[in-house]
Design a protein around this ligand. Structure first.
Ligand SMILES: Nc1nc2c(ncn2[C@@H]2O[C@H](COP(=O)(O)OP(=O)(O)OP(=O)(O)O)[C@@H](O)[C@H]2O)c(=O)[nH]1
Length: 399
């Protein structure tokens, strides 16, 4: 993936990782939260004459919302970020509401140091700081207002409240520090696993995952198109499986669009042969840098191997992807001028997904068009319609 990807810009640790992890998390946290809230409800209900009072209601907020939350999460196909945001909001509101009436009960204080940790898990380490600080400010205000709200009743002693705030502060700093360190390692590992060291382009498998995500997104948002410029070679097994699955999803919803294009540098072998591999490497770096600068934020560049690249343009139709790819093709000789004695050019095949075809057929058509660009004289973009309609029947085997 190119530097244009949002993933590369900032990486937050904490949160609950991918969707499968999040669902597992939900199976643990939701039942635990419900049990803890019900215990609180039991303890607080002993203060009042009837179980349902302003004192006891806050502890029911989470158990009441848990089932819809759980259902929402288990049905969600995304990362669940919004669901976890709602969850953080719920536990915050129930603690603030509870403290309005229960600040005279020391048991409430148990929850305060737990909250920063919960925020890190739910929201990631960066946002957890803001939420923890906001919560502590809110609790301090409620502590001061408590006697006025409760007809002169006194809250827990200031030292007790102070110790609880201190513990929350320590918990906040420790968890933030821990997850910040983890974030550095995670980012490094992620980049090493995802990016090609030579060109800075994304590698095949993560690149194909991105492609799959884009296709799934098209599936969820009718009318939105995804154009993909596949600069170079073909997809192999893992990518093909993901691609085929996502395309089948798109297939079920007519009106969606996915485009694919292939780019291959022309006569690259001659650069290696005549000027050595170092010159070839310089050219690869130059081309990849140009592609990364040329594509939009949110587009992806994938190096499939050798001088073969994949670029993904989410939300862009084939016509726009064609214009962008052709602009890129035009710039390549100029931006690589001086990197090699030979002028460097590229051939590109660009196609739009046709409902019902397989990933092999889709990429096969792009491949045929890319080779049509080669046989037509190289240094050009071929797209649907530039070559006879008989193409579709001969494309499957490229993968
Ligand atoms: N310098 C360098 N060369 C590489 C790298 N990976 C693959 N290659 C070389 O890229 C060349 C690709 O050659 P071909 O597939 O024949 O393609 P081509 O010469 O561009 O010919 P056309 O595609 O027909 O224009 C081979 O010589 C590979 O050794 C790399 O990382 N660095």
């Amino acid at each position: 993936m190119a530097k244009a990807s949002p993933d590369r810009a900032g990486y937050e640790v904490g949160g609950v990782g991918n969707r499968a992890e999040r669902i597992r998390f939900l199976f643990v946290i939701v039942p635990l939260g419900v049990v803890a809230s019900l215990v609180m409800f039991y303890i607080e209900s002993r203060h009042g004459e009837t179980p349902l009072t302003l004192r006891t209601l806050p502890s029911l907020v989470f158990p009441i919302c848990a089932l819809p939350l759980w259902y929402w999460m288990s049905r969600s196909t995304g990362t669940g970020e919004r669901i976890f945001g709602v969850m953080a909001l719920l536990i915050t509101l129930s603690l603030l509401w509870g403290s309005l009436f229960n600040f005279d009960s020391p048991i409430l204080l148990v929850w305060i140091p737990v909250m920063p940790l919960a925020y890190v898990l739910l929201l990631g380490h960066v946002r957890s700081l803001r939420w923890s600080a906001g919560l502590m400010a809110g609790l301090s205000a409620i502590y001061v207002l408590f006697p006025a709200i409760n007809q002169g009743a006194q809250p827990v002693a200031p030292t007790v409240f102070g110790v609880s705030l201190l513990a929350a502060g320590v918990s906040m700093m420790l968890s933030w520090h821990h997850y910040r360190e983890l974030s550095v390692y995670q980012r490094r590992l992620r980049e090493q696993a995802s990016y090609d060291a030579l060109t800075g382009a994304m590698m095949r498998e993560p690149g194909l995952e991105v492609l799959a995500r884009c296709m799934a997104q098209v599936d969820r948002r009718p009318g939105e198109a995804v154009s993909v410029a596949l600069l170079g070679a073909m997809m192999r097994e893992p990518g093909l499986e993901v691609l085929a699955r996502c395309m089948a999803q798109v297939d079920r919803r007519p009106g969606e669009a996915v485009s694919v294009a292939l780019l291959d540098l022309d006569d690259f072998k001659r650069i290696n042969d005549e000027e050595g591999h170092q010159a070839g490497d310089r050219v690869l770096r130059g081309v990849a840098a140009e592609v990364r600068g040329h594509i939009r934020r949110g587009d992806y560049l994938v190096r499939l191997g050798g001088e073969e690249f994949l670029i993904v343009f989410p939300g862009m139709r084939a016509e726009a992807a064609y214009a962008l790819s052709d602009g890129l093709r035009e710039r390549i000789p100029a931006v690589t001028d001086g990197l090699s004695r030979r002028p460097v050019t590229a051939s590109i095949g660009l196609v739009q997904y046709r409902g019902g075809e397989t990933a092999g057929q889709l990429l096969g058509r792009a491949d045929v068009l890319m080779y049509a660009a080669k046989t037509g004289g190289k240094n050009r973009v071929c797209r649907d319609g530039d070559v006879g309609d008989g193409l579709s029947g001969q494309t499957e085997p490229i993968l």
